[in-house]
Design a protein around this ligand. Structure first.
Ligand code: SF4
Ligand code: SF4
Length: 113
């Protein structure tokens, strides 16, 4: 089951929303419902739901989803491309901060909506 997975083991994805054409292919292919189209119809990651199978990276027709380890620095710096799906526990918050530091992500996630 998804619950109980160790959130510290995943690198996740970065989405360059400026390039996204709102096709929804990534949302449809994600096995963990970790992607959505936001209020501007741009793909957005739900941080704690992503478990690194990278089907979305392969499915995107304009190649604007990247493994975090391969993401362009300018894409990482843009706002709005990821949010939390729920309030995180203190331990999960630490994992989030470690992930941001490890991958050079400076923007914070949007709060749960
Ligand atoms: S890497 Fe996999 S789990 Fe993560 S958002 Fe993409 S398709 Fe979903
Ligand atoms: S597959 Fe790519 S272009 Fe289509 S919605 Fe997802 S990120 Fe945007």
């Amino acid at each position: 089951m998804a619950e109980g997975k160790d959130l510290s083991q995943f690198q996740r994805v970065v989405i360059d929303q400026d390039l996204c054409i709102s096709c929804g292919a990534c949302v449809a292919v994600c096995p963990w419902q970790a992607l959505e189209l936001d209020e501007n119809a741009k793909a957005r990651l739900i941080w704690e739901k992503c478990y690194d199978d990278f089907s979305c990276v392969a499915a995107c027709p304009v190649k604007c989803i990247y493994k975090v380890s391969e993401a362009p620095e300018d894409a990482k710096k843009k706002p709005n491309w990821y949010r939390l799906g729920r309030q995180l526990s203190p331990d999960e918050q630490k994992i989030l901060q470690s992930w941001k530091a490890k991958y050079g992500i400076q923007v914070d996630p949007l709060p749960p909506s």
